[in-house]
Design a protein around this ligand. Structure first.
Ligand code: EAX
Length: 323
């Protein structure tokens, strides 16, 4: 054997052993399909973590609730039986009550406003509230603005919502607010929603276009109204102990990878918002896209007075007026 071959052989053998010994695999999951705004978020995150740690960390991705629904997954991350999850903030107030304020309806003007608040001091400060709960919040991402769908009737004015039995997220702010519309809220995990709509257990649900499209809810819902009644943030969450074990450089790599995931996620939400209505109309949904939003805001005035007491008017104004 030539010396050069020997060197190559040894290098390969050594490299393989060293690589194999150093590789750690972690899991991350979402409730929606891989082909969705959440799928691109975790796919980009996984790719970026691998790239930025030279393959020392490998992220396994799980879609469509196959590893558990959002609340269960946050629990698993908190316990450390799962390293990572990407979740909406729906069930998050049950873990970190400080996030509740973001779920107040009609708080954000548009996505740019919401993203600026989350990326600015208010949102960044909120990420630190997870630390004491055994969770490291790596970055905000999003679902987008939520809209109402149902199988019964066109919703043009708030009165049309009265008596509709709607699935909601397991979120105390949403539940209180939707009661203000006269909706009968039925909280459940997203993984159960399609079947519940199909079987008529509930009349409707509310979600951003990105979720409605990727979960094919048009197959079980006829009426969509662009209510945009609440912004729906998402989060990259990691078990705190697992994060703390990383080297300083790897910590940075994980945070940077989550931020790249967020970029891809937001771009996809923008794309879905741009073509979603035409897409859903083509699939047979009736879409009301010209409501008088002031009427929906006015319908929630009594509930909003409650929220002002609960969260403090000044705190809500600080978010509302953030530029
Ligand atoms: O995160 O539960 C929900 O309606 C969420 O928007 C959905 O799971 C995507």
């Amino acid at each position: 054997m030539k010396l050069s071959h020997l060197v190559v052989g040894l290098t390969l053998a050594f490299g393989f052993v060293a690589g194999a010994a150093a590789q750690t695999t972690m899991k991350i999951n979402i409730s929606t399909a891989q082909n969705s705004h959440q799928g691109v978020a975790i796919d980009v995150f996984a790719k970026e973590v691998e790239k930025r740690t030279n393959g020392r960390y490998k992220i396994q991705t799980f879609y469509q609730g196959s590893l558990g629904a959002e609340r269960e997954s946050i629990e698993a991350v908190q316990l450390g039986t799962q390293e990572l999850t990407f979740t909406s903030t729906g069930p998050v107030p049950n873990f970190v009550p400080e996030t509740k304020i973001l779920d107040v309806p009609f708080l954000f003007r548009d996505k740019a406003h919401a993203r600026a608040v989350l990326d600015g001091p208010i949102g960044q400060e909120m990420l630190t509230k997870f630390d004491s709960k055994g969770i490291k919040a790596l970055a905000w991402a999003e679902n987008g603005f939520r809209h109402m769908t149902n199988s019964k009737r066109d919703v043009k004015v708030p009165e049309d919502l009265k008596g509709l039995k709607m699935r909601t997220m397991e979120n105390p702010v949403h539940i209180a607010a939707y009661k203000g519309f006269g909706i009968v809220p039925t909280p459940m995990a997203f993984t159960e929603v399609f079947t519940a709509l199909q079987q008529g257990t509930v009349d409707g649900q509310e979600n951003p276009l990105s979720v409605i499209i990727s979960a094919k809810l048009d197959q079980v819902q006829k009426h969509l109204t662009l209510t945009g009644h609440v912004y729906s943030p998402c989060l990259f969450l990691m078990n705190k102990a697992a994060f703390d074990k990383l080297s300083p450089a790897d910590k940075q790599a994980f945070v940077a990878a989550a931020k790249e995931g967020t970029k891809a996620n937001r771009a996809r939400v923008d794309e879905d918002d741009a073509k979603g209505v035409a897409d859903l109309r083509a699939k047979g949904m009736t879409v009301i896209d010209n409501i008088d939003k002031a009427k929906f805001v006015a319908a929630l005035a009594p509930v909003n007075a409650e929220f002002e007491k609960q969260f403090g008017k000044a705190n809500l104004e600080k978010i509302r007026n953030y530029k």
